[in-house]
Design a protein around this ligand. Structure first.
Ligand SMILES: O=C(O)CCC(=O)C(=O)O
Ligand SMILES: [Fe+2]
Length: 329
C-alpha cells in the first residue's frame, strides 16, 4: 500500500510542443525527440501540445462519456467487461485495485480496443485482450465518436513511439515490428468527488505505474491527477487546455535499462460535488513483441535480462488489479 500524502504544487512537468515532429526536416524531429529524452529521464511524464488531435473531438469524447455514465446501472451492466472475451466494456465502480493493499478505486470506466473480428490472426490465436468491443445498445453516437477518437490515438501513439526511438538515437522505425498489430486500449473514466465515507487510503485511482509503453491521457478541467517525481514528491498535473498528458509505462525502463522512468501516479478528486472525467489511451506494441534493452544502450561487457513479451506482463497486471486469481496468459 502507498499511504496517501498531499501533493506539492506543480513543478517540473514539461509541456512539449509537437509541431516540429510533423516537419520533413529530420533535425527538427530530433529536436522534439530530445525534449522527450529529457522529460523521460526526469519525470517520465510530460504534456504535449500541437499534437494534431482536434479540440472539438476531445470535447465530443467527454460529451459521450458523461452522457454514457449517466445511464442506469442495470443497462451499463449489460455490457460489463467481465462478460467480454477480451476485457472490453463497462467497469463498475470499485472494480479495480491499482495500489495493492489499498481499498478498491473510486472510479467507473469503459474499456475499448481495436475492433477485431473472428478472422483476425490474433483472435484465431486466442491472444488475450484481442477481439470485438462491446458497445452500449441504442447509442450509435458513442460508437462513432469513440472510433473517430481512437483513430487519432492510433496516429498519435505511433508518432510518440517514433519520437521515443529517435530520442534513444535509434532509427525512427526501430519499433515498427511491434507496430503492425499494436494494442491500443482507450478507457473512459468517471471519478465521483471523493466521498466523506471513503475508506482509509481509498481514492479515485490508487498509486501505480502504467504497464505498457505509453499512455496518452485526456483529462477534464477538474484536475486530480498527481505524479510522483524522482525525489518522491507528489506533484499536481493540472488540466492544460488542448494538451494530452503522456506518461511512460513499465516497458520503457525495460527497453532503456532504467534510463527512462515509468512514473507512479494516482487520482484524487477533491473537488466537492464535481465529478471528474478522463480518457487515457494505453498504446502498446504487439502482444508478442519481445522487449529488451535497445542496442544504443547496451555495453559490450554487460549482461542484460532476457527479453519479456509485452503481453505477458500486461496480462499479469490486468489479472492482479482486477482480482483474477489465476493468470490466463
Ligand atoms: O484518470 C487519470 O487521470 C489517470 C488514469 C490512470 O492512471 C490509468 O487509468 O492508468
Ligand atoms: Fe495510470
Amino acid at each position: 500500500m502507498v499511504i496517501y500524502t498531499p501533493p506539492s504544487v506543480a513543478k517540473n512537468i514539461p509541456v512539449i510542443d509537437l509541431a516540429d515532429s510533423f516537419s520533413h526536416d529530420i533535425e527538427k524531429r530530433k529536436a522534439v525527440a530530445w525534449e522527450i529524452h529529457k522529460a523521460a529521464r526526469q519525470t517520465g511524464f510530460f504534456y504535449i501540445k500541437n499534437h494534431g488531435v482536434p479540440v472539438e473531438l476531445q470535447k465530443a469524447q467527454f460529451d459521450v462519456a458523461k452522457e454514457y455514465f449517466k445511464t442506469p446501472l442495470h443497462e451499463k451492466m449489460l455490457v460489463n467487461s467481465k462478460n467480454s472475451s477480451c476485457l472490453r466494456g463497462y467497469e463498475p465502480i470499485a472494480a479495480q485495485i491499482l495500489d495493492e493493499g489499498s481499498p478498491p478505486d473510486l472510479k467507473e470506466g469503459f474499456l475499448l480496443g481495436r475492433e477485431l473480428d473472428d478472422a483476425h490472426p490474433h483472435v484465431i490465436r486466442k491472444t488475450p485482450y484481442h477481439g470485438p468491443n462491446q458497445w452500449p445498445a441504442g447509442n450509435p453516437r458513442f460508437r462513432q465518436q469513440t472510433e473517430d477518437y481512437m483513430r487519432y490515438m492510433d496516429l498519435l501513439g505511433r508518432k510518440i513511439v517514433r519520437l521515443l526511438a529517435l530520442s534513444l538515437q535509434l532509427p525512427e522505425d526501430f519499433f515498427d515490428q511491434g507496430l503492425k498489430e499494436p494494442m491500443i486500449i482507450t478507457r473512459m473514466l468517471h471519478y465521483p468527488s471523493q466521498p466523506a465515507d471513503a475508506r482509509e487510503n481509498q481514492i479515485g485511482a490508487g498509486a501505480h505505474t502504467d504497464w505498457g509503453l505509453i499512455t496518452l491521457l485526456l483529462q477534464d478541467e477538474v484536475g486530480g491527477l498527481e505524479v510522483r517525481n524522482a525525489d518522491g514528491e507528489w506533484l499536481k498535473a493540472p488540466f492544460i487546455e488542448n494538451t494530452f498528458v503522456v506518461n511512460l509505462g513499465d516497458m520503457v525502463p525495460v527497453l532503456t535499462n532504467g534510463l527512462y522512468h515509468s512514473t507512479m501516479h494516482r487520482v484524487f478528486n477533491s473537488k466537492k460535488d464535481t465529478p471528474r472525467y478522463s480518457v487515457p489511451t494505453f498504446f502498446d506494441l504487439d502482444y508478442y513483441y519481445e522487449a529488451s534493452v535497445v542496442p544504443t544502450l547496451r555495453k559490450a561487457d554487460e549482461v542484460y535480462p532476457a527479453p519479456i513479451t509485452v503481453g505477458g506482463h500486461i496480462a499479469a497486471m490486468f489479472d492482479k488489479t482486477f482480482g483474477v486469481k489465476k493468470a490466463t496468459a
